[in-house]
Ligand binder design. Structure first.
Ligand code: NAP
Length: 298
């Protein structure tokens, strides 16, 4: 297979995803703002582009896996951006967690150049990305989704489609991250309650993760919170705050009160104020424990 694919954003998620595209036989042109992160991929056979626009030729396919809305807009619409180079028949597959409105705006911008936009946000942390175990949600024009399907299949274990509106998949992703954050808060409160009443945190989580809450979110996040293993981050707390802000924005614009999202916002903001932005987002559990007078074990 020789299809050439561009990939922009080689952070915790982008790095293993780009590797899997290479492994699947796609010829890759990669770009990352901090160039040193492209080195490993170059050794694995990727070509390193000079800038974002240089990752793709007219009519090609380009993936973005960048931190936030501003970063995606910058690499698409900024100087030497993707919008100019993608051209007639090109496809932008946008996999970051961003606002539905940003996807809608980008889809319009691409349409002016004859290109299509597919939103394809993912569930799964860097380990899942490396193991090709991501769950991928898509939305956008049908023909473009069909064309990129073999590439998405190289990245994940399942693809679920949510229709034509480019922002729909982003709404689903935000609903999912809200559910995960709510589970993190619940696990943190329960383990703290257990600990204050002389129940071992790990024993508590082991029990629930094998019985009434036997699902990946409670199992994996439960283990991290029980062990207080908040570093290194799989998903940085600063990005978690970004996502809860996006959830609240969509709630605001669609008149959906979300009191639990408000609480999560406060937890994440408080953790940021304590310098925890580069810890895993489960580190909101530290604040929960501190409020109960507990200290983190060494
Ligand atoms: P990350 O490790 O922090 O990487 C962020 C990437 O964005 C880096 O390549 C970074 O470049 C780039 N970037 C940031 N600002 C930029 C800008 N202004 N211009 C150009 N590039 C910029 O984040 P990640 O964990 O890979 O997450 C990437 C996306 O996936 C986020 O939207 C996140 O919410 C989502 N996501 C993450 C997870 C997870 O578990 N980590 C799971 C699902 C979805 P530099 O290297 O130069 O900083």
């Amino acid at each position: 297979m020789t299809t050439s694919v561009g990939f922009i954003g080689l952070g915790g998620m982008g790095q293993p995803m780009a590797r899997n595209l290479l492994k699947a036989g796609f010829a890759l042109r990669v770009f990352n703002r901090s160039v040193e992160k492209a080195r490993g991929l170059a050794d694995a056979g990727a070509q390193v582009a000079a800038n974002a626009g240089d990752t793709v030729r007219s009519g090609g396919v380009v993936f973005t896996m960048l931190a936030n809305d501003a970063a995606v807009e910058e690499v698409v619409l900024g100087q030497n951006g993707v919008a100019e180079s993608l051209g007639q028949g090109g496809i932008h597959v946008s996999m970051s967690t961003i606002a539905p409105e940003t996807s809608q705006r980008l889809a319009k911008a691409h349409a002016q150049h004859g290109s299509a936009y597919v939103a394809a946000p993912v569930f799964g942390r860097p380990e899942a990305a490396a193991a090709q175990k991501l769950w991928i949600c898509t939305s956008g024009p049908e023909a473009a989704k069909q064309l990129v399907r073999p590439m998405l299949e190289a990245l994940g274990q399942g693809i679920f489609d949510f229709g034509d509106d480019p922002g729909s998949a982003n709404v689903v992703k935000l609903c999912g991250n809200f559910l995960i954050a709510a589970a993190i808060e619940a696990i943190a409160e329960a383990t703290t309650l257990g600990e204050k009443n002389h129940i071992d945190r790990a024993a508590l989580i082991n029990f629930f993760a094998q019985t009434i809450l036997a699902c990946p979110i409670y199992q994996n996040y439960g283990r991290i919170i029980a062990n207080e293993a908040y570093e290194p981050a799989g998903f940085r707390l600063a990005l978690g705050l970004k996502d809860i802000n996006l959830v609240r924005d969509v709630g605001e614009s669609s008149r959906t009160p979300m009191p639990l999202a408000d609480l999560l916002h406060e937890r994440l903001l408080s953790a940021m104020a304590k310098g925890r932005e580069d810890m895993d987002w489960t580190a909101i559990g530290l604040g929960v424990s501190e409020n109960a007078g507990l200290r983190r074990k060494a």
